[in-house]
Ligand binder design. Structure first.
Ligand code: TYD
Ligand code: MG
Length: 449
């Protein structure tokens, strides 16, 4: 009998150790290092189906560089994020927190595909999936279900069924015969995934792998998977809000700057093709403390509403809290307002909120943040027909932002009357119908408001 070989893996980041340690030296988490049995059993015959593509040695000039063929998914948001559709033989990892809607998204995509799709589920019972499909309200005889968690048994079925597209829900439930540690452990995930990737590459079948991520934002344990797959998609959003954002954090076949926006409703996920319309809250009268920012996500401009509430601090230390905006940037903007404009904000609580539950990293919303804070502090409303796009620097200067033409165009399209941008942004006002006002110093905001 072969000696059992064990090794230690950090369940958080996947780092391997030869002996147990209390704290992972890489991710600094405590008590995440676990012993796993990794003795590989002899590979039996009939595991992974034999490859269709023979390996040959290429001359670079022989290789066809024609645009890669892509399979459209009938879902514009997903296609955009993937860079135009699914590339045959590619492996796409879809990560997201439990309950965010990964299974719903994949089931919905599978139900709309005109190809033979096999949905392998190790998480939910046939009844649950049937009920979800009924809720989505779509039927597709081309989509088949398989309830199996053993990879060898899955490959056995795949050999018979030969699907055009494969969905694995989720990688954490799979286990392979060749590794003895429990499902969900780092070595199981790594081995199961590598078998699936080998299957995808040898047969040219695209595979979607669903993976749960923990609250730290890493695909639990299998951060290790990210370098193995072709594309890593993150499905994110606030579970209490309706909006979900699909982002590519890695894409071998396209850009990673595009995002897809979905709305969760009672019949699955709806594509949001014009996000600005929905992200702006619907009140007709002007209220103090709100300002509209023109942000961009990928190459798409979107308008978001920034809400600020400035009130006298009840306790000694004032509170600062944000949703959807970086708290450090808020501290920076408050310091700039204090230093450059002499506002006594140190004794005030400041709350900041981006409506719609989405998170924006674009620095172009700084100007709207500063405007919303001033508006709330002075209790003077900003007209709801005004929009802002500018970055605020430490010296109080309003800095130009990228894609300004698209931003102005979007604000104009949505019926805004005035847009405030950096005076340093070079644009021709005659190109636009909307009134454009350039400001160079944050101080100038005061007169405006
Ligand atoms: P699910 O796809 O099971 O999440 P994950 O696979 O990422 O764990 O999503 C479940 C959530 O979505 C659940 O809270 C219910 C909600 N939901 C809707 O709001 N509408 C729907 O039509 C469906 C199918 C689910
Ligand atoms: Mg699920």
């Amino acid at each position: 009998m072969a000696k059992t070989k064990t090794t230690y893996y950090c369940q958080n980041c996947g780092t391997q150790y030869s002996k147990w340690v209390g704290q992972c030296q890489v991710c600094k988490e405590w008590n995440t290092v676990v012993e796993e049995v990794v003795s590989k059993k002899e590979q039996k015959k009939g595991g992974i189906p034999a490859g269709k593509i023979s390996k040959k040695i290429w001359d670079l000039s022989e290789i066809d560089t024609k645009e890669e063929y892509r399979i459209p998914t009938n879902n514009t948001e997903l296609d955009r994020v993937l860079g135009g559709g699914i590339v045959p033989g590619s492996v796409i990892l879809l990560g997201g927190e439990p309950g965010i809607g990964k299974s719903t998204l994949m089931l919905q995509i599978a139900l709309h595909l005109p190809f033979h799709t096999l949905y392998v589920s190790g998480e939910e019972s046939p009844k649950q999936i049937r009920m979800r499909a009924e809720r989505i309200g779509y039927e597709n005889p081309n989509m088949k279900l398989l309830f199996e968690t053993n990879t060898q048994k899955i490959f056995h079925q795949l050999e018979k069924f030969q699907p055009d597209i494969l969905v694995i829900d989720s990688i954490q439930t799979l286990h392979t015969d060749y590794i003895e540690s429990s499902p969900g452990s780092v070595s199981q995930i790594r081995e199961s995934a590598s078998e699936i990737i080998q299957y995808a590459k040898s047969t040219g079948t695209p595979v979607f792998i669903i993976g749960h991520i923990n609250k730290e934002g890493q695909i639990a344990g299998p951060k290790v998977l990210e370098h193995m797959v072709d594309t890593v998609l993150q499905f994110e959003g606030d579970r209490n809000h309706l909006f979900r954002i699909l982002r590519a954090s890695k894409n071998r076949f396209g850009a990673t700057s595009e995002i897809g926006i979905f709305e969760m409703y009672n019949k699955g996920l709806r594509e949001v093709s014009n996000p600005s319309n929905i992200l702006l809250s619907t009140h007709s009268e002007d209220l103090s403390g709100t300002a509209i920012a023109v942000a961009t996500e990928g190459i798409r401009p979107i308008l978001v509403e920034v809400q600020a509430l400035v009130s006298s601090a009840v306790y000694g230390t004032p509170q600062r809290s944000t949703t959807g905006y970086d708290i450090k940037r808020l501290h920076m903007i408050l310091a700039v307002l204090e230093k450059r404009m002499g506002f006594k904000l140190a004794a005030k609580d400041v709350f900041l909120n981006i409506t719609g539950g989405i998170k924006i990293d674009d620095p172009a919303i700084d100007l709207a943040v500063a405007a919303a804070i001033l508006s709330s502090n002075n209790d003077l409303p900003i007209p709801s027909s005004w929009a802002f796009a500018g970055e605020v620097g430490l010296t109080g200067e309003v800095r130009p932002v990228t894609r300004i033409e698209q931003r102005i165009g979007e604000a104009e399209k949505l019926g805004f009357e005035k847009i405030f941008i950096s005076a340093h942004n070079k644009i021709n006002p005659a190109d636009f119908k909307i009134e454009i006002k350039g400001i160079s110093e944050i101080r100038d905001l005061n007169e405006i408001i």
